[in-house]
Design a protein around this ligand. Structure first.
Ligand SMILES: CC(C)(COP(=O)(O)OP(=O)(O)OC[C@H]1O[C@@H](n2cnc3c(N)ncnc32)[C@H](O)[C@@H]1OP(=O)(O)O)[C@@H](O)C(=O)NCCC(=O)NCCS
Length: 331
């Protein structure tokens, strides 16, 4: 029998309607469109404004979009993995609620958190379940409501992040398509440079932590940038070498959308032509766990069966990695 690999067989997505443009940010903090565009590549981002709604709201919509496109009965799903850094609540798993709401009543579910690498690490996890032969349909959702943890008076972070959700379905493949190889890394040195100080077990919420704005994202952008550039480029180059792939063999780079300059540096190291680099950061900013599936969704019509794709991400923690995957269908 041929080896079972895990292939992506369907994609879905959702972004909120509300657009926060650079021009509007200019009225909130001391910044300008030119600075944001040249330093990050971002022009606008989406924000979830619906009262009382969290990450699950977007995750459900992305999953429903996938189910509709794939004409899939949710009861067939075995497992729902929810990649997110902004769960609805600190304890009750967001994925469990999402799975129930979409009608995936035969699935079990849990959340997976690795900051901006959550979806990439989730791809590895989903694939391992499929490759085990025990599970046939694994739904991986990446969704984040970053606006819930951003201080819109802090110009170092509010220009970067946005809200969104994407979902992919993994299924077994015996034609050699799907996930081929992965390099996943982490280093606890990163925890000081990108974090939310309070609200966890070290510093539980108090009047003081709220007053000190310690429930918002803090980022030492310069340091994170430095690690992100070398981390993402290193693993992307290494996974190419390990699989004897030249830049001609690669059809697409699907990289975490945190900063256009980080993506360009990775593509340069891979000697990839610009036309092979998928980019939508200008529309959404950094949506954390949602950037990779949002790229797949936006560019799904251009992907062809057998295409060689390198996925790469870098996130808080630090966490980072690269995945080599062969695309399994042509739209
Ligand atoms: C945040 C980031 C865009 C800042 O870009 P940068 O080129 O490193 O900018 P710096 O922080 O060095 O700041 C340069 C100058 O611009 C200023 N500046 C910072 N934010 C600004 C803003 N929003 N608008 C205008 N000026 C700003 C700084 O105060 C600094 O001024 P100074 O030179 O007078 O001190 C960049 O560091 C970055 O993208 N980091 C990584 C982000 C990331 O990947 N995060 C998620 C990981 S998953």
């Amino acid at each position: 029998m041929n080896k079972i690999t895990a292939a992506i067989t369907a994609v879905g997505s959702y972004v909120p309607d509300f657009v926060l443009s650079n021009q509007v940010l200019e009225t909130l903090v001391d910044t300008n469109d030119e600075w944001i565009t040249t330093r990050t590549g971002i022009k606008e981002r989406r924000l979830l404004k619906e009262e009382g709604q969290g990450t699950s709201f977007m995750a459900i919509k992305a999953a429903q979009n996938l189910l509709e496109k794939a004409n899939l009965d949710p009861k067939e799903i075995d497992l729902v993995i929810m990649a997110t850094a902004t769960p609805d609540m600190p304890v009750a798993s967001t994925g469990v609620y999402v799975a129930t709401q979409i009608g995936a009543t035969n699935a079990f579910s849990y959340d997976l958190q690795a900051a901006c690498s959550s979806f990439l690490f989730g791809m590895s996890t989903a694939s391992a379940y499929i490759a085990s032969g025990k599970y046939k349909k694994v739904l991986l959702i990446g969704a984040d409501k970053m606006s819930s943890i951003i201080d819109y008076t802090d110009r170092a972070t509010c220009i970067i992040f946005g809200d969104g959700a994407g979902a992919v379905l993994f299924e077994p493949n015996t034609e050699g398509l799907g996930l081929q190889d992965e390099i996943l890394k982490s280093d606890g040195i990163g925890r000081e440079f990108l974090k939310i100080e309070a609200g966890g077990s070290i510093l539980p919420p108090s009047e003081e932590t709220v007053k000190n704005k310690e429930h918002f994202v803090f980022q030492d952008g310069k340091t994170v940038f430095k690690y992100a550039v070398s981390g993402m480029a290193d693993v992307s180059e290494k996974i190419m070498q390990r699989n004897n792939l030249s830049h001609d063999d690669i059809n697409w780079l699907v990289a975490h959308q945190a900063n256009r300059r980080i993506i360009d540096a990775t593509a340069n190291r891979m000697a990839l032509d610009e036309s092979k680099v998928l980019i939508n950061i200008q529309k959404y900013g950094n949506t954390t766990s949602a950037t990779l599936p949002l790229l797949l969704s936006d560019f799904e019509n251009q992907l062809k069966k057998g295409d060689n794709i390198i996925f790469a991400a870098f996130g808080g923690g630090f966490t980072w990695g690269a995945i080599y995957l062969k695309w399994a269908y042509t739209k």
